[in-house]
Every structure is written in structure tokens, then in C-alpha cells.
Design a protein around this ligand. Sequence first.
Ligand SMILES: [Fe+2]
Ligand SMILES: [Fe+2]
Length: 162
Amino acid sequence: MSYLFWSSELDTGIKSIDQQHKRIVEYINRLDDARAQGSRQLIGEVIDGLVDYTQSHFSFEEKMMEDAGYPLLRGHRRVHQMFIKQVADYQQRFEAGEDVAEELHSLLKRWLFNHIKHDDASYVTDVKASMQDLETDSGEEDGEQEGWLARNLRRFFGRSSG
Ligand SMILES: [Fe+2]
Ligand SMILES: [Fe+2]
């Protein structure tokens, strides 16, 4: 077992992003659990859920960087795409019957922490400077004017909080 724990150096300070990153860490830990239980069915379910959630997170994050006018968006998007492709390769190998859980787990762990600490950390200043309403928007208000956060959580995660 090699559980991942959240540490403050992973915090971006953007609440919705930190919540999403923590959720991805939970998925990685669930993959470790499934591997320890040796259940292929469970491993498959966790991989599918992780890929799905990570793709939603990337789309949300890319929209946020785009709306913030972040100049390094293109490179960041390419890094996301390459990662998704890498994980999709593991997903295919898993479906072909290979035992990939351990290798995939260590890739996820290395990649995610590295990406959050470096690539994601780079957009924080620009995003905070140009999107002041990001944090004040609870995503659950009843008003007619839906804020950026509520709108995009619904768009990318199919619900208004997350
Ligand atoms: Fe990212
Ligand atoms: Fe991220």
C-alpha cells in the first residue's frame, strides 16, 4: 500500500481546483485499494471513473485558463492531452487482460503531484488576478445570474457543485 496524502504544497489556493485535485488523489488511492484486493472488476471501474473525472477536471481547468487569458494555455493543454493518451494506453492494456494497476498507480502518483506543483501552480496568479468572482461564487445560489463557477461546474461535471 502506498497511500497518497494531501500536503499544503499541493494547494493552489483556488478552492474548486483544490477540491478537484483532492478528488483525483482519492481515485488514485482507490486504485491502490482495488489492486490490494486483487479485484479486476473493481480495478476496471476505478480506472474508468478516474479517467472520466480527470478529463472533466482538465476541461474545467482549460476553460478557466482560457477565460483568465492565461498565456501558457496551449502548452498546458498539450500536457493534459499527452497524459490522457498515456492513461488511455494503460486502459487498453488493462482491457486486453494485462495487470497494469501497479505501473499505472505509480505513473499517476508521480505525474499528478508534479503537474499540480509546477504546471498548475503557474496559472494561479493570472487566474486569481482576472477572475475575482471565482471564489465568491458558491455554485449553489438561487439567483437568476449564474456565476462562472456554477455554470462551468455544471457544464463539465454535470452538476452545480463539486
Ligand atoms: Fe493542469
Ligand atoms: Fe489540475
